[in-house]
Each structure stands twice: as C-alpha cells, then as structure tokens.
Write a protein that binds this ligand. Structure first.
Ligand code: FES
Length: 108
C-alpha cells in the first residue's frame, strides 16, 4: 500500500512571472515558487545559511542566488551551488492542476 499524499494548492501559475519567483505562506510553510521557462518548482523560502529569502534572490538559469551573502542553490534539486551555504534547501514535488501550482505533502 502506498503512503497517502495530499495536495496543497499554493497560487495560480499565472501569478508567478516567467524567470521569476514569488513567496507563498500557507499552513505554516513559507515557500518560494519559481517559474523557470514555464516549469514550476517549489522550495523553502528561507535560505539555509541565514535570514535570506530565496523568493527575493537572483535567478540565473536553474540557480537562485541568495541576496544576503550570495550563496546559491540549484532550484530543481535544492543542492548547494555556492558557499557560504552548506545545507541544501528543501524542495517539493510540484503538480500544476487547473492552472494552480500544487505541492504534494505526505498526509499526517
Ligand atoms: S543568508 Fe543566504 S547566503 Fe547567507
């Protein structure tokens, strides 16, 4: 039997500018939603290094650079791309359903 998964819708896909990102706060999560050429990705908004907000970072291809100390992360995987960040950011499985960006969450 597979684990139950619930979908949480975050925003309309049209709210996220192409090549950009927005911050979404929902159910205690603070997330960054990215639109990379029409593909959507969701990560935690908080930089793992400090107070940076990744939805306010600079996007270059698939990489977001934190605007605090210029650490960087690969958006699709969350892996660290540049120091001083050491810890990957959490990423979420995304589905776009009826024009809404949704993430899959394991049901409690
Ligand atoms: S807070 Fe993001 S690189 Fe330091």
């Amino acid at each position: 039997m597979s684990d139950a998964v619930s979908l949480m819708d975050l925003c309309s896909a049209s709210e996220v500018p192409e090549g950009g990102s927005i911050k979404v706060e929902k159910d205690g999560l603070i997330l960054a939603v990215f639109n990379l050429g029409g593909r959507f990705f969701v990560t935690d908004d908080a930089c793992t290094h400090g107070p940076g907000s990744l939805s306010e970072g600079e996007i270059d291809g698939e990489v977001v650079e934190c605007n605090f100390h210029n650490g960087a992360f690969h958006i699709p995987s969350g892996r660290v791309e540049a120091p001083p960040c050491m810890v990957p950011i959490r990423t979420y499985a995304v589905q776009v359903i009826d024009g809404k960006v949704c993430i899959a969450l394991a049901a409690a």
